[in-house]
Design a protein around this ligand. Structure first.
Ligand code: SAM
Ligand code: SF4
Length: 333
């Protein structure tokens, strides 16, 4: 699948729930959160069918996300069915980490079960090592669980574990170096992400926004000039650098300030309520649940996908007049 701007689509982000056990202000602004009723959420079977359609059109990488995907019942059995879609070469999952250390069977953590079920790469969000600040950011007191979750993930044997930290001036700029040291000690790949106005435009303002350039300068003031590592790429738009004198890379995801951010975009998103979104930073979304539940054939669903790809914008609208119509938690990050 290729759009009119030359973006080749190989990656599907699949959100399986809009629910979450945390309340990060940038993702789920504080007003009363109403979860979608169960029947408005794609069943796992429906989700797997859509994934098969995407794969038939060239998607080879999927990432399961949410909301918090580990809060949805049956996740392990769901994930176990993904490797049976043979053309999928990369299965990832994004999580806040709070439930990874939970024992789901005697001696078996959620992390181990996910790894055994076929998840190869895990993204764990952690914006700070300070439990107090963590509670302020996430609205929950789960810092210790996340640290235990990271240990459980390391013990589980994933091919790759990444840590994602959202940059927020006044909140975590003093945490960049501690996070780098934390990641180094555990051999995890850390990425810093610019705050995006995804949920409401108010989540981002001049006083709390910190650019990746600024974060990079802060990091360089401690470690010296970072060495660009242009060869190294993961599936996303992060730019990676080597920290001088050590075998550690850090990534920077500059959705707001990197003018080339969208050039190599390879993604489509599927929301848990069955909307295909050609771009995170565009209000465009297309309801694939409706034709699916109305009995559409595989060929019709393929055509639906192709039509969505055809509407993929050249770049996101975040810098212009983006009008959020969904909270991040209900899109799937
Ligand atoms: N609950 C999981 C988690 O927290 O990793 C998965 C879903 S969450 C929506 C995915 C990622 O989106 C997280 O790393 C989170 O920090 C990021 N995110 C949420 N809102 C954001 C925003 N306004 N700007 C930048 N990143 C955001
Ligand atoms: Fe939940 Fe993740 Fe959003 Fe935080 S970022 S509210 S953990 S979905």
């Amino acid at each position: 699948m290729q759009d009119r701007y030359g973006h080749r689509i190989s990656y599907l982000r699949v959100s399986i729930t809009d629910r979450c056990n945390e309340r990060c202000g940038y993702c789920m602004p504080q007003e009363l959160q109403e979860w979608l009723p169960r029947h408005e959420i794609l069943s796992y079977e429906e989700t797997l069918r859509i994934m098969r359609i995407a794969v038939a059109l060239g998607v080879s990488k999927v990432r399961i996300t949410g909301g918090e995907p580990l809060t949805r019942r049956g996740i392990i059995d769901f994930v176990r069915q993904i490797p049976a879609i043979r053309q999928i070469t990369s299965i990832g999952l994004s999580t806040n980490g709070t439930l990874l250390a939970r024992e789901i069977a005697p001696g078996e953590t959620m992390a181990k079960a996910l790894c055994d079920a076929g998840v190869q790469s895990l993204n764990i969000s952690l914006d700070t090592l300070d439990p107090e600040i963590y509670s302020q950011i996430t609205g929950r007191d789960f810092h210790a669980q996340v640290l235990a979750g990271i240990d459980a993930a390391i013990g589980a044997g994933f091919e790759q574990i990444k840590m994602n930290a959202v940059l927020m001036r006044g909140r975590n700029e003093n945490q960049l170096l501690p996070l780098i040291e934390f990641a180094a000690a555990r051999k995890l790949l850390l990425r810093f992400i610019e705050l995006m106005p995804v949920s409401t435009t108010e989540v981002l303002n001049e006083s709390n926004f910190m650019s990746v350039m600024e974060a990079k300068r802060l990091v360089e003031s401690a470690y010296g000039s970072l060495i660009p590592d242009t060869e190294f790429r993961t599936n996303g738009p992060a730019i990676y650098y080597q920290i001088p004198g050590r075998p550690q890379r850090v990534g920077f995801i500059g959705a707001m300030t990197n003018m080339h951010f969208c050039e190599n975009c390879n993604k489509l998103r599927l929301t848990c309520d069955g909307k295909l979104r050609p771009c995170l930073g565009s209000y465009l979304e297309f309801d694939i649940m409706q034709p699916l539940r109305a009995g559409a054939s595989d060929e019709e669903l393929k055509q639906f996908f192709l039509n969505v790809v055809d509407r993929k914008p050249r770049e996101h609208d975040f810098r212009h007049n983006y009008q959020p119509n969904r909270k991040m938690v209900a899109i799937g990050g």
